[in-house]
Ligand binder design. Structure first.
Ligand code: HAM
Length: 422
């Protein structure tokens, strides 16, 4: 688990702001669920045979001897929240969440044990057009952030009946090929055979090329649905690759499954994953509710988001001051400036004027306020654009009481569309 330091967080905040703006334009509302849930939620929701549940959850007994788990993902929690809150009044819900998730995986570049996801869930949405909308929303967000070498892979997992009939044929094949399977896959045969399709073992992956394929078992309805989605993506000019082995690592999916990878990432190339989960709600004791969503891994996204997003806003005003009286006045002035849409840096070092000026210069501040004891005694300060020149034509002296003059100067020189909220 890693710290995120101020220098890194500029990019995080810029990325988060762009995402939030996109989501708000699509009228998606935020939901916040607890970080700790009952373990049972994930066992039932994500599935017992998955790596996430079997090997990766941070699970502990609380003081009441209840088994609790730090959330490894957000979809199950959102579904629980929607059920607990009466299906959020029976309406269709478009929800997003952002926050830390926890998986006990082997850490490496792009893979942490605490990582962050931005998730979007469209709940109550059944039509194949909602699949298209969700995929295009993810695509547009990633494009907006300047993600390069983006590849969208999609597959259809069919419905429960499709998968049951596939399972029979796949199980037979697995038993016939038992001797050539890796240990992990052998253990999955009885627990959750479809998970074998998700294997990371290269030999088993090769062997699986000869296994029966799920798409051969999709009903006509499922195939039609899938074809419609592919056609619509083509119309929207969203390029995709079909990956028949894409089953995703969580058990709740049906029909559409998709992942976005970027060649700009290393081995952990998946930046976003999602799909439809029409069976999750009734599996968890709620009403049958169709739904689809995705989650973006923010650490991976930040690694490859455009460089321009690393830049933070420079201070608009740097307040240089020296002496006790001047310092008190500087504090009062910085409070007044906090009513404007301005970034103010108040120097509290007590060091010499020349040192403070050097720091102001280094901070790239647009302007500088100077308060010495002389000014402080007269209850005034001087302000000028900080451009390294001796030329001081824009320098003015302003009384601390004179809000109008201060506002005029700011408006004229800092080029801000300010509105004081006094
Ligand atoms: P997921 O594929 O397990 O899906 O995770 C989504 C994304 O989270 C991944 O594509 C990856 O970018 C990021 N991620 C996962 N594990 C780690 C890790 N250990 N370190 C860094 N990043 C990681 C889900 O979680 C589903 N809930 C997505 C979803 C929402 N499906 C429907 N709605």
């Amino acid at each position: 688990m890693t710290d995120l330091l101020p220098d890194q967080l500029t990019k995080w905040q810029n990325v988060e702001n762009i995402i939030k703006e996109q989501l708000s334009r699509a009228n998606v509302k935020e939901i916040r669920t607890p970080i700790v849930e009952m373990t049972e939620l994930f066992v039932r929701g994500i599935g017992e045979g998955t790596d996430v549940v079997n090997k990766e959850m941070y699970t502990f007994l609380d003081r009441g001897e209840r088994s609790c788990t730090l959330r490894p993902e957000g979809t199950a929690s959102v579904a629980r929240a929607v059920i607990n809150n009466g299906n959020l009044k029976g309406t269709l819900n478009k929800l997003w969440y952002m926050g830390p998730m926890f998986r006990y995986e082997r850490p490496q570049a792009g893979r942490q044990r605490q990582f962050h996801q931005l998730g979007v869930e469209y709940i109550g949405y059944e039509s194949p057009n909602s699949d298209v909308k969700i995929i295009s929303l993810a695509w547009d967000i990633l494009q907006k952030l300047g993600i390069s070498e983006l590849i969208l892979e999609i597959n259809s997992l069919g419905d429960r009946t499709d998968r049951e009939s596939y399972k029979i044929s796949f199980l037979k094949w697995l038993k016939d090929n038992y001797d050539n399977l890796d240990q992990d896959s052998r253990e999955r045969i009885n627990k959750n055979p479809l998970r074998i399709l998700d294997t990371k073992n290269p030999n088993t992956q090769k062997l699986l090329e000869y296994a029966p394929k799920l798409n051969q078992f999709l009903s006509e309805r499922s195939l039609e649905r899938y074809s419609f989605i592919k056609r619509q993506l083509e119309i929207l000019k969203i390029p995709f690759i079909e990956n028949l082995n894409l089953v995703r690592g969580l058990d709740y999916y049906s029909h559409t499954a998709f992942e976005f990878t970027s060649g700009a990432l290393g081995s952990q190339a998946t930046v976003c994953g999602g799909g439809r989960y029409d069976d999750l709600f009734d599996q968890m004791g709620g009403d049958k509710t169709p739904a689809i969503g995705f989650a973006i891994g923010l650490e991976r996204l930040i690694l490859i988001a455009g460089k321009r997003l690393e830049k933070s806003r420079d201070p608009d005003i740097y307040i240089v001051n020296k002496g006790q009286l001047a310092e008190s006045l500087a504090i009062a002035l910085s409070r007044k400036l906090s009513n404007f849409d301005l970034i103010t840096e108040l120097d509290l070092s007590g060091s010499s004027f020349s040192r403070q000026f050097k720091k102001a210069n280094k901070s790239n501040a647009k302007s500088v306020v100077v308060i010495g004891d002389e000014e402080a005694k007269k209850k005034e300060f001087s302000i000028k654009l900080f451009n390294n020149s001796i030329e001081t034509s824009n320098e003015v002296t302003i009384s601390v009481e004179d809000n109008v003059k201060l506002e005029q100067w700011i408006q004229k020189n800092l080029n801000l569309n300010i509105s004081a909220k006094k």
